[in-house]
Design a protein around this ligand. Sequence first.
Ligand code: PGA
Length: 326
Amino acid sequence: MKIKEKASTGYLKYELKNFEKLPVKIWEDSVEASRHVARSVALAIRQRQQDGEHIVLGLATGSTPIKVYEELVRLHKEEGLSFQNVISFNLDEYYPMPKEAQQSYWRFMHEYLFDHVDILPENIHIPDGTLPMEKIADYCEEYEKLIDLAGGIDIQLLGIGRTGHIGFNEPGAWETSPTRMVRLDHLTRHDASKDFQSGDDVPYRAITMGVGSIFKARTVYLMAWGQHKARIIQQAIEGEITTSVPASFLQKHPNVKVVLDKSAAEELTKMKSPWLAGICNWTDDLICKAVVWLSQKTGKPILKLTDEDYNEHGLSDLIIEQANSY
Ligand code: PGA
């Protein structure tokens, strides 16, 4: 009876276990995933327009949101999506950083989005990397106030750094942190060095909205593409909430949507060891993967694995399956 149910559905409904502490949607590739996010943002913009209201977007930079912006620009040019009711607040900016510099987020946002849509310039807010140090604290306080004055962020777009940062909130950032000046992690500077002439040119500091500022957004899209993000995504989504992985604080937010391509999802339990999550359509490849996993887990050669080993590690299903096939 059990086998029959499995054969028809591909998994055992009664054994499903969810390791993910945030809702996750996995797409075949980042193009599809980005279109999905852009369409959701466009829908929200249009709904507010119908009600004669503005919408506040929290925007991210880096390679992750580029295709989202490309799709939003296409929707503006080809499908009449207007940005006249959009107020935007960007997450962060390097410090110090002239606006027109090749690597500035001010320039990035204009190149990828603002120059191609009808957003009103006075509605654009990007942390200012040109201010003297002594003005930064007041400026950051003012940035928070402006977000509040606009009614708070409706939709926040986020990428994730390999350190687990959101915005530039690096490991050690506290849960209620506001917009402020921060020091960049070594790994973040290393990852950013491809955009600069040399690693030494990457600024040591940045201005960033805080974890607390991000947390106030009503809806958050956390996006990640590529295998190099798989490990940190697994920690942020399945791991404990910890300041070592600032993105894990999002587990406490009531409305986060994690959007991944297949490679970034690779380390999630349901993808890596689906038998632990109870989602098993036992193909030959998957059987091989499970047996090798069990052998590594128990430290025993494959031929020495006993029924007990299979049972104790959630693979009893596989024994039933194999017995049934003889
Ligand atoms: P990336 O960076 O989009 O360039 O991968 C994301 C981030 O650091 O937040």
